[in-house]
Write a new protein. Structure first.
Length: 402
């Protein structure tokens, strides 16, 4: 089978393959870029595999970077764009269940493809468009299957993170995991504890913001991978959240953690502990905490005050609008969004008053009193007690002192 229509990303990188072949070596587009091209999806990165050894690649191209030369990867620079070119290799010895103890460069494409994780990622495309399919990856793509290359136990022992990649691909692509690969997930789930949480976190986030995230979540739970991840392994429960399927995907990572916070009925402190244990970014932690807090407030009373709405922003309201249907909760998020947009100010910087004006016009001394009056003025403006105009704000302060 031939790939007759190369995407632009392949077209730009094609001269690299042609030049390698001109020097008597083999070269192919490989991995996820081939898979996504065949699925009609956009390509994130173009990976090239070759029979040429790193030293030979460096002789062919004038500008290269030794990005991972120990493992056979050289970045070839073409018109300011870097392309990773990796020598065919075999791997052996995985004492830490994630990195090979020994890498051997080989001249065989089949041997190289044999070490890859899933059949749909073990496809290669030659410069003339010929698709090399040694492990029935095309059939699995057509049948929407995720199947390990060869023995699934061996693949997962080589890199236990591949188990997370399996459920992540199920989420992103809407594919089913084959029975043998699924059984291997069950048998090897504990190996996930050998993997750094940062790597698990990356796969988990991709899984949960995928178009079919509910498929990924159910697999994550059913295969017991969840029981081998930080925080969750210490908060086990048999009754996991039964989320309702919706057509709209989760909008971002903060939406994911808010959904889980509500689904597991975590307190704000528990959610914060969960996020810290997963080494989440500070902004994600802050966004997740604010969103969960507002969700809890809405459940107490459906009509928050202008001041309570002011404490959030349009993103938090939009985020909850995607989360609540999954939890079978209802609120007038359109009305809340309109209320937010109609607020006289969205933050303190929009106040027609600042500390310098207070000092100059009212003679207030620098110190705690400045913050006190700015706080009071800010709330008064938001609540509609006074207009956001400097003169009105100064008169309002004077009236409070009478």
């Amino acid at each position: 089978m031939y790939l007759t229509n190369f995407p632009n990303e392949f077209q730009r990188a094609l001269p690299i393959l042609q030049q390698i072949e001109a020097h008597g070596y083999e070269a192919y587009f490989v991995g996820g870029s081939v898979r996504d091209t065949l699925l009609g999806k956009s390509i994130a990165d173009v990976d090239i595999a070759t029979s040429a050894f790193p030293a030979e690649i460096k002789e062919i191209f004038p500008k290269t970077i030794d990005t991972g030369i120990k493992h056979g990867t050289v970045t070839v620079m073409v018109q300011g764009i870097g392309y990773e070119v990796t020598t065919f290799r075999t791997e052996s010895g995985y004492q830490d269940f994630r990195r090979p103890d020994h890498v051997t460069f080989v001249r065989s494409l089949r041997q190289d493809l044999q070490r890859r994780d899933f059949t749909i990622n073990a496809l290669a495309v030659r410069a003339d468009g010929l698709i090399i399919d040694e492990y029935q990856g095309l059939a699995d793509l057509a049948a929407k299957r995720i199947r390990a290359v060869g023995n699934a136990d061996e693949r997962f022992h080589e890199d236990a993170l591949r188990m997370m990649r399996a459920v992540r691909f199920a989420s992103q692509l809407g594919f089913e995991i084959t029975t043998d690969t699924y059984v291997s997930l069950l048998h090897n789930a504990e190996l996930l504890q050998k993997i750094a949480v940062e790597r698990i976190h990356t796969e988990f986030e991709k899984m949960m913001v995928g178009a079919n995230w509910l498929i990924g979540w159910k697999l994550f739970v059913a295969t017991n991978l969840i029981k081998n991840t930080p925080f969750f392994q210490d908060h086990l429960q048999d009754d996991y959240p039964n989320f309702t399927a919706v057509t709209q995907p989760l909008m971002d990572e903060a939406a994911v953690w808010t959904l889980l916070g509500e689904g597991f009925n975590f307190t704000l402190n528990e959610q914060r502990q969960l996020l810290h244990s997963w080494k989440s970014a500070n902004k994600v932690i802050a966004d997740s905490q604010h969103t969960l807090a507002f969700s809890r407030l809405l459940q107490k009373h459906a009509s928050p005050t202008a001041w309570e709405i002011y404490q959030v922003d349009a993103t938090i309201i939009e985020r909850l609008a995607t989360i609540w249907p999954i939890l079978k909760l209802q609120a007038d998020f359109t009305g809340l969004a309109i209320q937010y947009q109609n607020l006289p100010i969205k933050n303190r910087h929009e106040l027609a008053l600042n500390g310098q004006v207070l000092i100059a016009e009212l003679g207030i001394k620098p110190g705690p009193a400045i913050g006190y009056w700015l706080d009071r003025v800010e709330q008064a403006v938001v609540m509609g007690k006074v207009g956001n105009e400097t003169g009105q704000l100064l008169n309002w302060i004077k009236a409070q002192n009478q």
